[in-house]
Design a protein around this ligand. Sequence first.
Ligand SMILES: C[S@@+](CC[C@H](N)C(=O)[O-])C[C@H]1O[C@@H](n2cnc3c(N)ncnc32)[C@H](O)[C@@H]1O
Length: 288
Amino acid sequence: MSEICKNWTEWLKKNRFAGQTPEMVEQTTRWLEAVRDVILVYAEIKPYDVVLDIGTGTGLLAFKALEMQDCKGKVIFSDKFQDCLDDCKKILDDAGITTGYEMIQCPCEHIALPESTVHKALMRSVLVHIVNKQPAISEVYRVLKPGGKFCAFEPIIRSNTRYWEILDPVYIEKYEDFKKVENELMENPLDSLCNFDESTLKTNLEIAGFSIPEVRVQAVQSKYVVQSNMVKEWFVNPPSPDQPSTRERFLKYFDEQTVDKYMQDVQNYLTGREIQLKSNAVFINATK
Ligand SMILES: C[S@@+](CC[C@H](N)C(=O)[O-])C[C@H]1O[C@@H](n2cnc3c(N)ncnc32)[C@H](O)[C@@H]1O
């Protein structure tokens, strides 16, 4: 696990917002709710459906599904990590909710449920943390009932604006060297974050057995003025508790002094400038 983030609950509650202004935190929260709502509209949850939230984290999807079912069906909170389930359970206990849900701790590559037992499988930003996506997607197919739906969202990190695209080489020492390394990092087939896109996901779904899965690409744009503290956070905050930060990734190629000088150059150049970032994400809507 990372030294600055001990587990997924902490990452979801704190690290993912690092370096954001209160307005940006608010925007991110609204955006997460909007993504959640699209997944749930796709899922068409009915009162007595068995709903499985895979990689539930802090329960973004599961809590809303539970509310939609008015605790009359069964929502299964599942995650590989117990800290996430403990956190969700505490919220349910504090709210006095005792029915309509189950908790299972398991990796999504081996879901601890029998075949054909789930009506709706939901997922948000979980495959992006798994190097080999095929076993996980095939496992979702296995646990779904015939006619059951898999509804998910994943960011396509490979399509993100890269640092070098928003920098001016005149102000950045070793600009070309860092550009080369950044491109190499983003094309690493063993990096779960960027080893996939909409077309590889569609192939994974078809191999699993989903016929004509819908994989809808959404372009996401953001524009804001960079504040000095943001840049350090981009580099030192890990993308998950068990993955290296960008700074740590660069340290595999350059010495500490060179990386820190680059970070300082980037900070000096970007502070006070308005930047525009783009990224793609996908919504999956697939039926068994
Ligand atoms: C970015 S978080 C998303 C959490 C939640 N779905 C949400 O939308 O807020 C990724 C989640 O995937 C879980 N996770 C990571 N690897 C997993 C695996 N192999 N199997 C199941 N869950 C996993 C983590 O514990 C974490 O809760």
